[in-house]
Design a binder for this molecule. Structure first.
Ligand SMILES: [Zn+2]
Length: 305
């Protein structure tokens, strides 16, 4: 399995267009040891070169352009066999609307996430210009299912979908009740066994399922959105804690880093908010990650499992 990180930041990216935090200002000025990041998305393929994206971010055009194996091979073509969504946050799926050039798309999501994207959404009609333009594949909780090639044969990849603590996106909070399918983690492995990739970019709280994912994954991408629970409050941004936003912060006695530190498999944090001090290569918080053996995802990161 080949994994290529197309983007590693949380919604808004790094720097964020309207943000004047120390990180964003320092990155623009070139005065901090940090790299720009687009919004979180990874591409993965089996050994036969069938490619899947996890997330379709608002920056998808630039992200596809940045990686040659995802370029077209014919006059109208995409090597993308499918796109997988783990929740209905806008930074996960808004990029679907940028893929409206009549290319057949296969999207994998839970029913709850499919509803969030398609129901009462006039803009989604842009993806229904031709019959069969978008085919949805239901991710069934706890089920293992093959990911399919563009012509619907099994690839060598099998995905298992695990519900984890999270919440519905902000834009739906007044419209829908919370549902167990709102936020999931993925385990992806090759048919018949072999190393297992874990992907959990939005983790709302500690949970036995999270412990299980950490145990099962040989390589795990994990929620690195915030370092501290009051990270935004301390900067005078809004009134919500990390936990209010369904992101378990990394730092502190009860932070996720303490849990990640106990695992001996490869652990990489992704979906990193621009305010997070771990974005600076020389910060004390980054040093704590390093001491725990936890890596920080960056755009262009390559992994072969
Ligand atoms: Zn910022």
């Amino acid at each position: 399995m080949r994994i290529h990180v197309l983007g590693s930041a949380a919604g808004g990216g790094f720097p964020q267009w309207n943000c004047g935090c120390t990180n964003c200002v320092g990155l623009r000025a070139g005065t901090i040891a940090a790299a720009a990041r687009t919004q979180a998305s990874v591409a993965l393929s089996d050994n036969e070169g069938h490619w899947f994206l996890i997330h379709a971010t608002p920056e998808i055009s630039a992200q596809l352009a940045s990686f040659a194996p995802l370029h077209p091979r014919a006059i109208r073509d995409s090597p993308l066999a499918g796109i997988i969504l783990t929740n209905a946050d806008l930074d996960q799926w808004l990029g679907l609307l940028s893929l409206r050039e009549s290319q057949p798309l296969h999207v994998y999501a839970t029913d709850s996430v499919r509803h969030a994207v398609t129901k009462d959404n006039r803009w989604y009609r842009a993806l229904h210009r031709t019959p069969g333009q978008v085919t949805w594949h239901e991710l069934k909780l706890h089920g293992s299912q093959p990911l399919l090639t563009a012509d619907q044969r099994s690839t060598q990849l099998v995905v298992t979908t695990i519900p984890i603590p999270g919440k519905v996106p902000l834009y739906l909070e007044d419209d829908v009740k919370p549902h167990i399918e709102d936020n999931v983690a993925l385990l992806v492995s090759e048919m018949g066994g072999g190393p297992c990739l874990g992907y959990a970019p939005s983790v709302g709280a500690p949970d036995p399922e999270i412990e299980r994912i950490v145990e099962l994954a040989d390589c795990l991408f994990f929620d690195g959105t915030f370092w501290s629970n009051d990270e935004l409050l301390a900067l005078g941004i809004g009134a919500k804690t990390a936990c209010d936003m369904a992101h378990w912060p990394l730092g502190g006695k009860n932070g996720s880093l303490a849990m990640l530190a106990r695992s001996s498999s490869r652990r990489i944090v992704i979906h990193i908010n621009n305010t997070n001090p771990i974005l600076r290569d020389d910060s004390p918080e980054r040093r704590q990650l390093k001491q725990a053996g936890v890596e920080v995802a960056y755009d262009g990161m390559e992994i072969v499992l």
